[in-house]
Design a protein around this ligand. Sequence first.
Ligand code: GDP
Length: 297
Amino acid sequence: MAFESLSDKLQNVFKNLRGKGRLSEADVKTALKEVKMALLEADVNFKVVKQFINAVQERAIGQDVQNSLTPGQMVIKIVNEELVKLMGSETTEIELKPASEITVILMAGLQGAGKTTTTAKIAGKLKAKGRNPLLVACDIYRPAAIKQLQINGEKQGVPVFSMGENQKPADIARAAMAYAAKNGQNVVILDTAGRLHIDEDMMNELIEIKESVEVHQTILVVDAMTGQDAVNVASMFHDKIGIDGVIITKLDGDTRGGSALSIRAVTGKPVLYVGMGEKLSDLEQFYPDRMASRILG
Ligand code: GDP
């Protein structure tokens, strides 16, 4: 489970703080040094850690804490508030056009990140909201990916549009729009091809799709288990194609949780959902305050 070890370490730091009637500047600094180590060990981006510690320190050395009857609690409260801020404060939804129009969502990500699975998970969420989604197989390089989307679409009771492997993804996307318009689908979700690493061809293909149809939301899927690589991938995708939000998968298997804590601060883009398992129902909305509570125990 994510944050397990971070949570243990922070609770140890806080146990020491709680017991103290007064807190000197040195006490606060020592505690924050330990918080810093814990965050770095959880694989949080080092720049993010630095900014975070500075922000907490600035507030924790102030008068409010010194004069408080329970200074330890005050410091913990500040850490909590700054963690929530780090993760974006608010829960962000996928932005949809009014139901009378077609919203196009482009799903991007590296191969194996969980994009195809997450695409089907999202379709299920949108269906539950009363939308009528269409899944579109734009990954023309792996026949298995098309098949997987079809199987998952069937499980979700959502139609899948495919033109096989011999058309260009941008053309498939355009044809899918016509199909959706004819069949009353009001959300078109494009499952695009990933690669093992970021490369020019993949980015160009995504750009071509974005030039071919009016994409309303570009959502990047990253794998939590890859830690800071996930954060770097998010930065690079954002630089190249512009993303609106991120979904972090496999948080159920990631004991550290560094990507969930860093992505918002590094890219400026919100985490929308987190994947918590392989089942199509294992997708949770991202609540920064609940995440912080989970971390602080
Ligand atoms: P794609 O190559 O990005 O389309 O990745 P897939 O959707 O094929 O997923 C790759 C693997 O990750 C599959 O075995 C999925 O079942 C698994 N997976 C996807 N999301 C999650 C998740 O949130 N948790 C866990 N444990 N596994 C996941």
